[in-house]
Design a protein around this ligand. Structure first.
Ligand code: F6R
Length: 368
């Protein structure tokens, strides 16, 4: 049942090329035209959407943070992301032109369910991104995009997360197509990039041994930090969450730009810091990330750098370099998350923890 793996989690990590392919299947034509027929909100109403609020908890909320970068960029619709359990208590401003996107692997998370009930009572439109057919959250939503990852059994979300991001990208591209904010050929180009992701995730998985060796070396770590920028920032937080829940060690994800505003005080000799480097591009994101890594390394941090293959600028600042396939910055979370999942799974295994059933946690949190 675990396909020869020790844990469901590891099996599910290794299934991700197929899961991502399944999430993309049948949702675009060969020419990159998007078709999301489960979105039962008519196109007219979708054209009028003037605000999007993404709600979810834990890993699903991080998928929402990635979605914000992509959807705003492609559609120019303002996107907010909020933890589902905080959402209704701030008395959010909702109108019939607000689209609330509820992300939930299980579709049963009580906090998220209560958030969408609140949103619908205020006449907002609700679209669920869910992995479980017929679960309560999609049943109570106006529309649903199923992620088609197949059952996720390990408590820690892995393929659920990657496919949630895919669904968010598809939604963003669909809205862009509908509203004409991106020309068809630009959308088709992103769709082609998405179609390459399953093979690229496979490449990352093929390098698992490097990550496993690293876990062995870091077995005594008491604290691990993660840094990212832009779409890599939620990846950093997701990497930290995986370590907290599986290895029970203090881990924190920071936006690299925030370092000098406080967290750099935490850096001490030997402290492991994972750094997700954005692809080299026209903006300064990449170079700023590299200088942040320089700064922490000068203070003794042990830097584990995730950067795209061929990026020679990181060689000098990386104690350990994990090469990622070349993908556009908005899609990078799909490949950059994978080594962090492998690391948490392996470290927890080496520590003797039950990876599939971490202490104090349940797969689906059906109480508020
Ligand atoms: C982390 C994890 C949790 C869930 C969260 C939401 O690995 O699994 O943070 O992501 O409890 O669960 P769903 O997506 O089922 O609503």
């Amino acid at each position: 049942e675990k396909d020869g793996h020790d844990w469901f989690m590891r099996k599910e990590i290794f299934e991700q090329p197929e899961s991502v392919a399944a999430a993309l299947l049948g949702r675009h034509t060969e020419r990159g035209q998007l078709m999301l027929d489960e979105v039962r909100i008519d196109d007219e109403a979708l054209r009028d959407i003037d605000r999007i609020i993404v709600v979810g908890c834990g890993t699903a909320a991080y998928a929402g943070q990635v979605a914000k970068y992509a959807i705003e960029h492609w559609t120019r619709i303002p996107v907010e992301v909020e933890l589902a359990h905080e959402f209704r208590y701030r008395d959010p401003i909702l109108t019939r032109n607000t689209l609330v996107v509820a992300i939930s692997q299980s579709g049963e998370t009580a906090d998220t369910l209560m958030a969408i009930r609140h949103a619908r009572a205020q006449r907002a439109k609700v679209l669920a991104i869910c992995n479980t057919n017929g679960a309560t959250i999609p049943r109570e939503s106006d529309a649903v995009i199923y992620t088609h990852a197949g059952p996720e059994i390990g408590v820690a979300s892995t393929k659920g997360f990657l496919t949630q991001m895919v669904a968010c990208y598809l939604l963003g591209l669909y809205l862009a197509q509908l509203r004409g904010t991106k020309f068809g050929d630009e959308i088709a180009a992103v769709v082609r990039d998405l179609d390459r992701i399953p093979a690229q995730v496979q490449q990352v998985l093929d390098g698992a041994q490097q990550v496993y060796d690293l876990a062995q070396e870091l077995l005594d770590a008491k604290v691990v930090l993660f840094l990212g920028r832009h779409a890599g920032y939620p990846v950093a937080m997701e990497g930290a969450l995986k370590l907290k829940e599986l290895a029970y060690i203090h881990a924190e994800g920071f936006a690299a730009g925030e370092l000098k505003h406080g967290p750099i005080a935490l850096i001490e000799p030997g402290l492991p810091v994972f750094c997700v480097v954005p692809p080299r591009g026209r903006d300064q994101l990449h170079d700023k990330m590299v200088s942040a890594i320089q700064e922490i390394r000068a203070r003794g941090a042990r830097t584990i750098v995730l950067a795209e293959a061929g990026d020679t600028t990181v060689a000098d600042v990386a104690d350990e370099l994990i090469e990622l396939p070349q993908v556009p910055v908005l899609l990078q979370p799909l490949v950059a998350t994978v080594p962090l999942q492998l690391f948490a799974c392996e470290l927890a295994t080496l520590m003797g923890h039950d990876v599939d059933q971490p202490r104090n946690l349940a797969k689906s949190v059906t109480v508020e």
